[in-house]
Design a protein around this ligand. Structure first.
Ligand SMILES: [Mg+2]
Length: 251
Protein backbone atom coordinates (compact mmCIF):
# COMPACT_ATOMS: atom_id res chain seq x y z
CA UNK A 1 0.00 0.00 0.00
CA UNK A 2 2.83 2.38 0.87
CA UNK A 3 4.29 1.95 -2.57
CA UNK A 4 1.08 3.26 -4.13
CA UNK A 5 1.31 6.43 -2.07
CA UNK A 6 4.92 6.90 -3.06
CA UNK A 7 4.05 6.49 -6.67
CA UNK A 8 1.22 9.01 -6.37
CA UNK A 9 3.43 11.59 -4.72
CA UNK A 10 6.11 11.17 -7.34
CA UNK A 11 3.51 11.78 -9.99
CA UNK A 12 2.37 14.99 -8.33
CA UNK A 13 5.92 16.30 -8.34
CA UNK A 14 6.52 15.26 -11.91
CA UNK A 15 3.30 16.80 -13.15
CA UNK A 16 4.56 20.12 -11.81
CA UNK A 17 1.78 20.52 -9.25
CA UNK A 18 3.01 22.92 -6.60
CA UNK A 19 3.62 21.06 -3.35
CA UNK A 20 1.99 23.96 -1.50
CA UNK A 21 -1.29 22.66 -2.83
CA UNK A 22 -0.74 19.39 -1.00
CA UNK A 23 -1.15 19.12 2.74
CA UNK A 24 1.95 19.70 4.82
CA UNK A 25 1.87 16.05 5.83
CA UNK A 26 1.89 14.92 2.23
CA UNK A 27 4.64 17.40 1.36
CA UNK A 28 6.91 16.08 4.11
CA UNK A 29 6.05 12.55 3.10
CA UNK A 30 7.06 13.45 -0.46
CA UNK A 31 10.46 14.62 0.65
CA UNK A 32 11.07 11.44 2.60
CA UNK A 33 10.00 9.33 -0.35
CA UNK A 34 12.18 11.22 -2.78
CA UNK A 35 15.20 10.28 -0.71
CA UNK A 36 14.20 6.65 -0.68
CA UNK A 37 16.67 4.11 -1.97
CA UNK A 38 15.95 2.62 -5.36
CA UNK A 39 16.56 -0.37 -7.53
CA UNK A 40 16.63 0.59 -11.21
CA UNK A 41 16.38 -2.54 -13.33
CA UNK A 42 16.67 -3.14 -17.06
CA UNK A 43 14.31 -5.54 -18.85
CA UNK A 44 15.82 -7.13 -22.00
CA UNK A 45 18.58 -9.67 -21.29
CA UNK A 46 18.41 -8.76 -17.60
CA UNK A 47 14.99 -10.05 -16.51
CA UNK A 48 13.82 -11.38 -19.88
CA UNK A 49 15.58 -13.92 -22.09
CA UNK A 50 15.60 -11.73 -25.17
CA UNK A 51 17.95 -14.04 -27.07
CA UNK A 52 15.53 -16.98 -26.76
CA UNK A 53 12.67 -14.64 -27.63
CA UNK A 54 14.45 -13.69 -30.87
CA UNK A 55 15.01 -17.36 -31.72
CA UNK A 56 11.31 -18.08 -31.19
CA UNK A 57 10.41 -15.18 -33.47
CA UNK A 58 12.79 -16.45 -36.13
CA UNK A 59 11.06 -19.84 -35.88
CA UNK A 60 7.66 -18.19 -36.29
CA UNK A 61 8.57 -16.42 -39.54
CA UNK A 62 10.62 -19.33 -40.87
CA UNK A 63 7.30 -21.12 -41.32
CA UNK A 64 6.61 -18.53 -44.05
CA UNK A 65 9.99 -19.05 -45.72
CA UNK A 66 11.97 -16.21 -44.12
CA UNK A 67 15.65 -17.20 -43.89
CA UNK A 68 17.99 -16.61 -40.93
CA UNK A 69 19.82 -13.93 -42.90
CA UNK A 70 16.69 -12.05 -43.91
CA UNK A 71 15.41 -12.21 -40.33
CA UNK A 72 18.66 -10.81 -38.91
CA UNK A 73 19.11 -8.13 -41.56
CA UNK A 74 15.55 -6.90 -41.17
CA UNK A 75 15.81 -7.10 -37.38
CA UNK A 76 18.71 -4.64 -37.53
CA UNK A 77 16.80 -2.38 -39.91
CA UNK A 78 13.76 -2.40 -37.65
CA UNK A 79 15.71 -1.81 -34.45
CA UNK A 80 16.62 1.86 -34.98
CA UNK A 81 15.23 4.76 -36.97
CA UNK A 82 17.49 6.94 -39.13
CA UNK A 83 17.71 9.44 -36.27
CA UNK A 84 18.86 6.77 -33.83
CA UNK A 85 15.65 6.16 -31.89
CA UNK A 86 14.90 2.61 -30.74
CA UNK A 87 11.93 1.59 -32.84
CA UNK A 88 11.68 -2.21 -32.86
CA UNK A 89 8.14 -3.61 -32.83
CA UNK A 90 6.17 -6.47 -34.38
CA UNK A 91 4.74 -4.12 -37.02
CA UNK A 92 8.04 -2.45 -37.93
CA UNK A 93 9.81 -5.80 -38.31
CA UNK A 94 6.92 -7.12 -40.41
CA UNK A 95 7.20 -4.05 -42.64
CA UNK A 96 10.95 -4.58 -43.13
CA UNK A 97 10.48 -8.27 -43.97
CA UNK A 98 7.64 -7.44 -46.39
CA UNK A 99 10.10 -5.32 -48.39
CA UNK A 100 11.83 -8.62 -49.25
CA UNK A 101 8.67 -9.84 -50.98
CA UNK A 102 6.70 -11.34 -48.09
CA UNK A 103 3.12 -10.56 -47.12
CA UNK A 104 3.19 -8.02 -44.29
CA UNK A 105 0.00 -9.14 -42.57
CA UNK A 106 1.05 -12.79 -42.61
CA UNK A 107 4.46 -11.96 -41.18
CA UNK A 108 2.88 -9.72 -38.56
CA UNK A 109 0.46 -12.46 -37.50
CA UNK A 110 3.32 -14.95 -37.13
CA UNK A 111 5.46 -12.51 -35.11
CA UNK A 112 2.48 -11.82 -32.89
CA UNK A 113 2.22 -15.49 -31.98
CA UNK A 114 5.25 -14.82 -29.75
CA UNK A 115 3.89 -11.70 -28.04
CA UNK A 116 0.80 -13.21 -26.50
CA UNK A 117 0.26 -15.33 -23.42
CA UNK A 118 3.58 -17.14 -23.82
CA UNK A 119 5.65 -14.02 -23.09
CA UNK A 120 6.06 -15.00 -19.46
CA UNK A 121 7.83 -18.18 -20.61
CA UNK A 122 10.74 -15.97 -21.70
CA UNK A 123 11.44 -14.62 -18.23
CA UNK A 124 14.62 -16.10 -16.77
CA UNK A 125 13.80 -19.00 -14.42
CA UNK A 126 14.31 -16.96 -11.24
CA UNK A 127 13.18 -13.50 -12.38
CA UNK A 128 10.10 -13.36 -10.14
CA UNK A 129 11.98 -14.71 -7.10
CA UNK A 130 14.71 -12.14 -7.73
CA UNK A 131 12.23 -9.25 -7.87
CA UNK A 132 10.42 -10.52 -4.77
CA UNK A 133 13.77 -10.76 -2.99
CA UNK A 134 14.62 -7.13 -3.81
CA UNK A 135 11.18 -5.94 -2.73
CA UNK A 136 11.95 -7.14 0.79
CA UNK A 137 14.31 -4.17 1.16
CA UNK A 138 11.27 -1.90 0.82
CA UNK A 139 13.06 0.33 -1.67
CA UNK A 140 11.47 1.88 -4.73
CA UNK A 141 11.44 -0.56 -7.62
CA UNK A 142 11.98 1.12 -11.00
CA UNK A 143 11.93 -0.60 -14.37
CA UNK A 144 13.96 1.26 -17.00
CA UNK A 145 13.81 -0.17 -20.49
CA UNK A 146 15.20 1.12 -23.77
CA UNK A 147 13.15 0.42 -26.90
CA UNK A 148 9.92 1.28 -28.65
CA UNK A 149 7.77 2.19 -25.61
CA UNK A 150 4.61 0.41 -26.79
CA UNK A 151 6.49 -2.79 -27.66
CA UNK A 152 8.44 -2.76 -24.39
CA UNK A 153 5.21 -2.21 -22.50
CA UNK A 154 3.64 -5.14 -24.34
CA UNK A 155 6.51 -7.43 -23.29
CA UNK A 156 6.68 -6.21 -19.69
CA UNK A 157 2.94 -6.45 -19.05
CA UNK A 158 2.63 -9.61 -21.12
CA UNK A 159 5.23 -11.33 -18.98
CA UNK A 160 3.34 -10.17 -15.86
CA UNK A 161 6.23 -8.51 -14.08
CA UNK A 162 4.77 -4.99 -14.07
CA UNK A 163 3.20 -5.73 -10.69
CA UNK A 164 6.66 -5.84 -9.09
CA UNK A 165 7.45 -2.21 -9.95
CA UNK A 166 6.50 1.11 -8.40
CA UNK A 167 7.48 2.99 -11.52
CA UNK A 168 8.21 1.99 -15.10
CA UNK A 169 10.00 3.94 -17.79
CA UNK A 170 10.16 2.80 -21.40
CA UNK A 171 12.21 5.18 -23.51
CA UNK A 172 13.26 5.15 -27.14
CA UNK A 173 16.23 7.50 -26.85
CA UNK A 174 18.54 7.14 -23.83
CA UNK A 175 18.34 6.01 -20.24
CA UNK A 176 20.39 9.03 -19.24
CA UNK A 177 17.41 11.36 -19.59
CA UNK A 178 15.42 9.31 -17.09
CA UNK A 179 18.30 9.13 -14.63
CA UNK A 180 18.80 12.89 -14.91
CA UNK A 181 15.22 13.31 -13.84
CA UNK A 182 15.36 10.72 -11.06
CA UNK A 183 18.59 12.13 -9.64
CA UNK A 184 17.31 15.69 -9.45
CA UNK A 185 15.82 14.58 -6.15
CA UNK A 186 17.86 11.55 -5.27
CA UNK A 187 21.49 10.75 -4.58
CA UNK A 188 22.97 8.12 -6.96
CA UNK A 189 24.62 6.52 -3.93
CA UNK A 190 21.15 5.41 -2.83
CA UNK A 191 20.62 3.57 -6.08
CA UNK A 192 21.35 0.10 -7.41
CA UNK A 193 21.43 -0.08 -11.21
CA UNK A 194 21.02 -3.60 -12.64
CA UNK A 195 21.66 -4.02 -16.33
CA UNK A 196 23.29 -6.27 -18.96
CA UNK A 197 24.91 -3.75 -21.33
CA UNK A 198 28.49 -2.99 -20.36
CA UNK A 199 29.23 0.26 -22.19
CA UNK A 200 25.84 1.78 -21.44
CA UNK A 201 26.38 1.06 -17.74
CA UNK A 202 29.94 2.38 -17.73
CA UNK A 203 28.75 5.64 -19.32
CA UNK A 204 25.98 6.03 -16.76
CA UNK A 205 28.20 5.20 -13.79
CA UNK A 206 30.67 7.80 -15.02
CA UNK A 207 27.94 10.40 -15.31
CA UNK A 208 26.11 9.54 -12.08
CA UNK A 209 29.01 9.07 -9.72
CA UNK A 210 28.45 6.78 -6.77
CA UNK A 211 25.63 4.78 -8.38
CA UNK A 212 25.96 1.09 -7.54
CA UNK A 213 25.97 -0.91 -10.76
CA UNK A 214 25.84 -4.66 -11.19
CA UNK A 215 25.60 -6.54 -14.47
CA UNK A 216 23.88 -9.72 -15.52
CA UNK A 217 25.96 -11.28 -18.25
CA UNK A 218 24.20 -11.43 -21.60
CA UNK A 219 25.30 -14.12 -24.05
CA UNK A 220 24.97 -11.43 -26.70
CA UNK A 221 27.95 -9.54 -25.31
CA UNK A 222 31.55 -10.76 -25.32
CA UNK A 223 32.82 -12.00 -21.95
CA UNK A 224 35.95 -9.92 -22.40
CA UNK A 225 33.84 -6.74 -22.33
CA UNK A 226 32.52 -7.69 -18.89
CA UNK A 227 35.97 -8.75 -17.65
CA UNK A 228 37.60 -5.49 -18.65
CA UNK A 229 34.77 -3.25 -17.39
CA UNK A 230 35.77 -3.31 -13.75
CA UNK A 231 32.08 -3.69 -12.89
CA UNK A 232 30.71 -6.64 -10.93
CA UNK A 233 28.97 -9.09 -13.25
CA UNK A 234 27.22 -12.42 -12.79
CA UNK A 235 25.70 -15.22 -14.83
CA UNK A 236 22.45 -15.40 -12.88
CA UNK A 237 20.01 -13.20 -11.00
CA UNK A 238 20.46 -15.39 -7.90
CA UNK A 239 24.13 -14.42 -7.78
CA UNK A 240 23.21 -10.74 -8.16
CA UNK A 241 20.78 -10.98 -5.26
CA UNK A 242 23.46 -12.51 -3.05
CA UNK A 243 25.97 -9.85 -4.11
CA UNK A 244 23.56 -7.03 -3.26
CA UNK A 245 22.66 -8.63 0.07
CA UNK A 246 26.33 -8.97 1.02
CA UNK A 247 27.09 -5.39 -0.01
CA UNK A 248 24.16 -4.05 1.95
CA UNK A 249 25.24 -5.96 5.03
CA UNK A 250 28.67 -4.33 4.92
CA UNK A 251 27.31 -0.78 4.52
MG1 LIG B 1 19.14 -5.05 -21.59
Amino acid sequence: MMELVICKNFCLIECGIDCKLISLYNYLFCLICLQKNMFIIDFDDTLFDTQSFKVARLGAVKELGVSDDVYLETYREARNSSDGLFTYSDLRHAEMISRRGFDKDEILAHLQTTTGEDLKDFLFPTTCEFLNGLKKYNETMVLLSLGDPAFQDLKVRGSCIDKHFDRMFMVDKTKEEVLNKLFEKNNPKNVWFINDKVQETLDLVKKFKGMNAVLRRSLNIDLHEYDSSGLPFFETLDEIEIYIRDKKETL
